[in-house]
Design a protein around this ligand. Structure first.
Ligand code: SF4
Length: 88
């Protein structure tokens, strides 16, 4: 089911990067940055299975953000899961 407002997928690893429900399962992100992405059974959609841990990994993830065919990969900027937790 497609929502009118993009929704952050529940399977994403906590952190600043996430995939939303506009993902079409094309698999490009896995080809570009395989260690950060995984998919649900059948490959219907993909999600962030691990967040980048350093600047080099961040660069790889940024490329996936820019090349995602559905503009479905996003970032909350420098905010981390722990920042969100502390401010909520
Ligand atoms: S590149 Fe984008 S649309 Fe394609 S599987 Fe990855 S998140 Fe989904």
């Amino acid at each position: 089911m497609r929502y009118s407002v993009k929704a952050r997928l529940a399977e994403n690893s906590p952190g600043k990067y996430y995939v939303d429900d506009y993902c079409n399962g094309c698999g490009l992100c896995l080809s570009l940055a395989g260690k950060f992405f995984d998919y649900v059974e059948g490959g219907k959609y993909y999600y962030i299975q691990r967040q980048p841990l350093n600047a080099d990994e961040d660069d790889i993830m940024q490329e996936a953000v820019e090349l995602c065919t559905m503009n479905a990969i996003h970032t909350d900027g420098d905010q981390t899961f722990f920042d969100i937790w502390n401010y909520s």
